[in-house]
Design a protein around this ligand. Structure first.
Ligand code: 2RA
Length: 350
């Protein structure tokens, strides 16, 4: 039978992308129930070409639900994912609430789909968008060469900070655009752009070496997520990972520069072949023609795009790469949908 799906957080930034994704992917679902805070209840949203009324989050909305996706803040997931499980659903959670819980698998279907069944709490977790923007490509390279260590710098889009991040960037760009002398004196951009919104420094005409919150020894929560989640997804609890997370004035699509060291020697050509044949990865790498992926060109697409692939000059077992992926699609909604589809296969023939 076709399982029943609940989308919790259907009216949020990721929820909206989710409805689009559910409307365009192969349809494996019976009923799709849309759920949001009481404030949004009663709204009518379109999914699979049909208008569906949004229901207020309450225990009863999970009755008869087989899979419940959560695109909501951590506190909401903490409270409600266990309720969905009690009512008989498998919860697929896109918040940070359960990612490092040893009894909750952290799944990227192209890398560790088999972990979906290993869910003693009935909850499956979706990784953070920054980890997701590189891990499909890194999983493929790990299978080919054996990963030894990762050094990562992220170039993260404003939409990682939600609608407030997007609005702040647009407002700042508008204010900065009127003065063509800006950017030539310390502090002039800061004075011109006004509100900083969720960012600790101006984002328009700037780069900001900060994403997330302060954690031990000066690392940010985002940097720890890249490290800890990569280790968990790849099943390498000791993998050395150094990450620096940076926000850039891009609306949507996170980019990463990766220095990856492997157990065996690599060549750029062979790495291109490995990545080209990996599901969910597109290689765009023709330096002679100036071809490489950029956020402005790949936003709205599903794959992880990889370019600038080079063997390291000082280590034949290391690669330098540039990659980017839409942080709202593969980075959030798409991966959650893919996990849910793996769970849906369990209902085939039942
Ligand atoms: C960010 N990764 O880009 C976060 C969002 N989950 O801020």
């Amino acid at each position: 039978r076709r399982p029943t799906l609940a989308v919790v957080g259907a009216t949020g930034a990721v929820g909206s992308v989710m409805l689009d994704i559910l409307s365009t992917r192969e349809d494996v679902w019976g009923e799709i129930r849309l759920v949001a805070s009481p404030r949004s209840a009663g709204k009518r949203l379109t999914v699979r070409g049909e208008e569906v009324e949004v229901q207020a989050l309450a225990p009863e909305v999970f009755d008869g639900v087989d899979v419940a996706m959560f695109d909501v803040p951590d506190e909401v997931s903490k409270q409600w994912a266990p309720v969905a499980v009690e009512r008989g659903a498998v919860a697929v959670d896109n918040s940070g609430a359960y990612r490092m819980d040893p009894e909750v698998p952290l799944v990227v279907p192209e890398v560790n789909a088999e972990q979906v069944r290993n869910r003693p709490r009935g909850i499956i977790s979706n990784p953070n968008c920054t980890t997701l923007s590189m891990i499909v490509a890194m999983g493929a390279l790990h299978r080919a060469y054996g990963l030894a260590s990762l050094v990562v710098a992220s170039y993260q889009a404003a939409s990682g900070s939600g609608q407030e991040g997007i609005d702040t960037l647009h407002d700042q760009i508008e204010k900065a655009a009127t003065d063509r002398t800006l950017g030539s004196r310390a502090g002039d951009v800061r004075a011109a752009v006004g509100e900083l919104g969720p960012f600790p420094a101006p984002l328009a005409m700037n780069v900001v070496p900060w994403a997330g919150s302060l954690k031990e020894d000066g690392h940010t929560s985002e940097e720890l997520k890249v490290r800890n989640e990569s280790r968990k997804i790849l099943g390498m609890p000791e993998l050395p990972v150094a990450a620096t997370c940076v926000r850039v004035p891009v609306v949507t699509t996170h980019a990463l520069v990766v220095h990856a060291a492997f157990d065996s020697e690599v060549s750029a050509d062979h790495a291109r072949e490995v990545l080209s044949s990996a599901p969910g990865v597109v290689v765009q790498d023709d330096p002679a023609r100036g071809e490489f992926p950029t956020p402005a060109d790949v936003v709205g697409t599903d794959p992880t795009w990889v370019g600038r692939i080079r063997r390291s000059l000082d280590d034949p077992a290391s690669l330098e790469l540039f990659m980017c992926g839409d942080n709202l699609r593969k980075g959030a909604a798409l991966n959650t949908a893919q996990i849910a589809e793996v769970v849906a296969e369990e209902f085939a023939g039942s």
